[in-house]
Structures are given as structure tokens and as C-alpha cells.
Design a protein around this ligand. Structure first.
Ligand SMILES: C[S@@+](CC[C@H](N)C(=O)[O-])C[C@H]1O[C@@H](n2cnc3c(N)ncnc32)[C@H](O)[C@@H]1O
Length: 200
């Protein structure tokens, strides 16, 4: 399976997380860019024998999205930021996550979440805090670009430096101080690190 930007070397790990046996599977990706990861994982999920699934991508740069990554899938672009995602579909929200009204009011579980939007310390922290109440026991949150690789680069979204590492530390996830979360699983890809936490 081929995934998107700087995901090389992590594909098998992510696919294993997706394929854990579940009755229901909702996948949320914050920061979709061209859509290769969202499309690739949506194809895997839609082919699994689960009746109850949906995939959701959020990214203000909607013009980047390439429809070729979604062949054979039903993809819905939600013009209304308050509209809930639809089952058995890929749901794309062309706004920044902080403007997604539905997620602020959401009650549906998010079983697997990839945080890969704005990589500033504040945004990575806020993204986690937004999704945390939705992640059920057994669910997984993955932070892309943990570590020093891009540290020092500017994030245009909020004009701050890339610093996912500090966000994860601030949240108390690295040292086990945050209740309800597993110790980190560090997945070293060819060019980036994924910091993964399971809800326990
Ligand atoms: C590294 S790319 C995502 C790559 C994608 N996950 C993949 O696997 O190919 C980061 C994306 O985050 C988006 N982004 C930046 N700020 C965001 C925000 N506040 N909410 C959602 N997405 C955001 C950017 O527009 C950019 O397309």
C-alpha cells in the first residue's frame, strides 16, 4: 500500500492499526494535502468486512486534493462545516479543523486519528485536545513528524515553528502522566517519525 507525504516505511504499521478487529471503524485525518494517505486507507477500510465505517479528512488547502486517490470510493465534500460525516463514505472538510463546527459537537467515536495538519506546538496540542474525547478505549492517535527532522521550519498556518515533539510532551503523553493513554510507540519511517498512543 502506498501512502502520502513522508509516510514511506510506516505503511505496514499503519495498516496493522487499521486492520485491528473492530465492529465499527471511523478514521480521521487532520491535514490531508493531496489525499494519498486518506485515499489509501479509505480503500483498505471500505474493503474490510465492517458495515459501520467512515473516513474523514480535514484540510483548508482543498485545491490540493487529487481525486485519482479516491477511485471507487464515494467522496463527499462538505460545504457546510456543521454537517456531520456520512457513513460508508470518505468525508472531506475543506476548512481548518478549528472551523469544523461538527467536530466541536461530535459524539461519534474516532477509532484511528492521524494528526498531520499544522505542526506547531499549539496546533498539534489543540488537535489532540479536540479529538481526545472522541477516542474510545482501543482507539489510536498518531502524531506525524515527531522529532527533530523539521524542527525550526515555519508553519504558515499560524506562523510558528514546527514542534510536534513539545506538543506531545506538554500533553503528558511521553512520560505516561496523561491518564488513559498508553506509553508511546515510536515508528521510524524512512524520513519521519510517527508517535503513536493507544487509549487504554
Ligand atoms: C504534511 S501535510 C498532510 C499530509 C497527509 N496527511 C499525507 O499523508 O499525505 C499537512 C497539511 O495540513 C494542512 N493544515 C494546516 N493547517 C491545518 C489546520 N488548521 N487544519 C487542518 N489541516 C491543516 C495543510 O494545508 C497541509 O495540506
Amino acid at each position: 500500500m502506498k501512502l502520502g507525504l513522508c509516510m514511506e516505511g510506516m505503511e505496514d504499521y499503519i495498516e496493522q492499526v487499521i486492520r485491528r478487529p473492530r465492529k465499527e471503524l471511523n478514521y480521521l485525518e487532520i491535514g490531508v494535502a493531496y489525499g494519498e494517505t486518506l485515499g489509501g486507507l479509505s480503500k483498505v477500510i471500505s474493503a474490510m468486512e465492517i458495515d459501520d465505517w467512515m473516513t474523514i479528512g480535514i484540510d483548508p488547502q482543498h485545491e490540493l486534493l487529487q481525486i485519482r486517490f479516491f477511485e471507487g470510493l464515494k467522496i463527499i465534500s462538505h460545504a457546510d462545516s456543521g454537517q456531520n460525516p456520512e457513513p460508508r463514505s470518505v468525508n472531506h472538510y475543506p476548512y481548518p479543523i478549528e472551523e469544523c463546527v461538527w467536530i466541536a459537537n461530535a459524539t461519534m467515536p474516532m477509532h484511528v486519528v492521524l494528526i498531520d495538519g499544522c505542526h506547531s506546538r499549539k496546533c498539534a496540542t489543540d488537535n489532540f485536545l479536540t479529538v481526545e474525547p472522541l477516542v474510545p478505549v482501543g482507539g489510536t492517535v498518531m502524531f506525524h513528524d515527531y522529532g527533530e527532522r523539521n524542527a525550526g521550519q515555519n508553519q504558515p498556518h499560524c506562523n510558528a515553528l514546527v514542534d510536534v515533539t513539545s506538543a506531545v510532551e506538554d500533553l503528558g503523553l511521553m512520560d505516561g502522566k496523561r491518564p488513559g493513554w498508553s506509553a508511546p510507540d515510536m515508528v521510524h519511517g524512512d524520513s519521519s517519525i510517527l508517535a503513536v498512543f493507544n487509549r487504554i
